[in-house]
Design a protein around this ligand. Structure first.
Ligand SMILES: [Zn+2]
Length: 493
């Protein structure tokens, strides 16, 4: 006997309803909880075997579990992440696991011209939010499925630092691997004299670099290379500085890339190189040097995130001279076209509204926008409207945590310049999300907010936080959609 979803006495989530040759699938609401329903076509009951749940009525109704997410991905190919290549793309990171529906609506609203990455989280943020790579993937799967998104997605295992990070994310189905060699970047080289640089270069891992100092000098010193409008010139100091600063990082990326390709086997994967989280900017000559050396070592990548001039702080607009940034992006984009073409990747891309039109124009579509924390801030905006007291308590706690939590982020907010929680009238609470100092304070403390326990040992904010968002999914999705349209529109031209 086979079943049909219409025979269920449960409310169907209409957007999720979909069928393939063997079954019908949908999300259903079952006394306040969302569940998966699968109805097999005649003679195809075997389909249900991959899913878990109660199938005694003829239709399987089961939990939004890892097994059911994996079974759905294996049946419905549009739920399976794929490499995106050099298409204009945006990564919409979701630390809470509830943002994908709003992200999907924003991508739809701008016309679906941007290749989206819904599952995206850095190893650091996974640790901070106590989520596993599988949970990151599955939360996105349920969001895509619930919204009926068939436009495909990439999946970015972000800021991977070790081969173990690759091993933890590759089997889960991630397709984009962002290699972060920043621990191997020597930003101090910017200030070194020639003798110090020479000593650093002599100590590089030459064997791993499949190179020698004399050969390096021969390839670069005294030479200049034409790249579109640029002339990238290398004198001895420029070469030694680039090699001292990035030599170990190049070797590390090559090692990570080889490991990834070996472990991936025939599975298609793509690589991003990110050196954005370093203390000093990547000069165009250094970008040229890194790209040229990675290519010499046989590394292939689809995008690269330089550390641009000025400050890309979390969750706020660009800080610095936009004219200088424009010149910088133009140079990096030209180098990316020259060696790839590959995309320029804008990390810490949340809320950089003054940068988007510049980057979109100069990169000519070869651009990847990466955002993460701003979706958490939209969750806070949602909570501020639904439960002002809860939001006020979170903000007061965030102020207490800020000086500790800011250590691993590039932020410049000052506690003294953010209002005290008790001083803000209720009607002005959402306005804290537009206040530079309050906004950064709220942004970098998310891990502490979610982890903090009260005297009873229970989470102090987390349960209420998730309860509010889960019970008001439309309110959160509306805020995300509105906010992300502003992020994506400049890139659709
Ligand atoms: Zn980054």
């Amino acid at each position: 006997m086979s079943g049909s979803l219409s025979q269920l006495n449960l409310e169907l989530v209409a957007a999720s309803q979909v069928r393939d040759e063997a079954a019908e699938f949908a999300l259903v609401r079952d006394s306040g909880r969302v569940r998966l329903a699968v109805a097999a076509a005649d003679g195809a009951r075997g389909v249900l075997g991959a899913f878990e749940g109660d199938a005694s009525s003829g239709v399987l109704v089961g939990p939004l579990s890892a097994r059911n997410a994996a079974a759905l991905r294996s049946r419905l190919e549009w739920l399976r992440p794929r490499p995106l290549g050099t298409r204009t793309s945006a990564g919409l990171g979701d630390r809470l696991g509830l943002a994908t529906p709003g992200h999907v609506r924003a991508v739809r609203a701008v016309g679906g011209k941007i290749a989206p990455i819904f599952p995206q989280q850095s190893i650091r943020e996974m640790a901070r939010t106590q989520r596993t790579p599988t949970e990151v993937m599955d939360d996105a799967t349920w969001g895509l499925f619930g919204e009926g998104w068939k436009g495909g997605t990439g999946a970015d295992a972000d800021h991977l630092k070790t081969t173990e990070d690759i091993d933890a994310t590759l089997p889960v189905g991630f397709t984009m691997f962002t290699i972060d060699p920043s621990a191997h970047v020597d930003s101090g080289a910017d200030e070194d004299d020639l003798a110090t640089l020479a000593a650093k270069v002599a100590a590089l891992p030459w064997k791993e670099l499949e190179d020698g100092e004399a050969a390096l000098r021969q390839r670069y010193v005294g030479r200049s290379f034409a790249v579109e409008h640029l002339k990238v010139a290398f004198d001895e100091a420029v070469v030694l500085r680039a090699a001292a600063k990035y030599g170990k990082a190049v070797s590390h990326v090559a090692k990570m890339s080889r490991h990834l390709l070996k472990m991936a086997g025939v599975r298609p994967v793509e690589l991003e190189v990110s050196v954005d989280e370093t203390d000093t900017p990547t000069t165009p000559a250094e970008h040229y040097w890194v790209a040229s050396e990675l290519r010499r070592l046989g590394v292939a990548w689809v995008s690269l995130a330089p550390r641009f001039v000025g400050r890309f702080e979390k969750g706020v607009d660009y800080i610095g001279d936009l004219g200088e940034l424009e010149t910088d992006i133009a140079a990096h984009a030209a180098i990316a076209r020259h060696f790839g073409p590959y995309k320029l990747s804008l990390h810490s891309g949340s809320d950089k509204f003054s940068v988007y039109p510049i980057a979109a124009r100069l990169a000519k579509g070869l651009v990847h926008l990466k955002t993460a924390g701003t979706s958490y801030l939209e969750a806070l905006r949602t909570i501020a409207a639904l439960d002002p007291a809860c939001f006020r308590a979170i903000y007061a706690f965030a102020r207490e945590r800020y000086d500790t939590d800011k250590a691993t982020y590039h932020v410049s907010a000052e506690l003294a310049r953010a209002p005290l929680a008790a001083d803000v009238p209720e009607a002005d609470l959402p306005g804290l999300l537009e206040h530079f100092h309050a906004r950064e304070i709220l942004h970098v403390t998310f891990g502490s907010v979610l982890k903090e326990t009260g005297p009873d040992g229970k989470p102090r904010f987390k349960d209420r936080f998730f309860e509010l968002l889960r019970n008001n999914p439309e309110a959160y999705a509306d805020n995300l959609e509105r906010h992300f349209i502003k992020h994506l529109k400049p890139f659709v031209g």
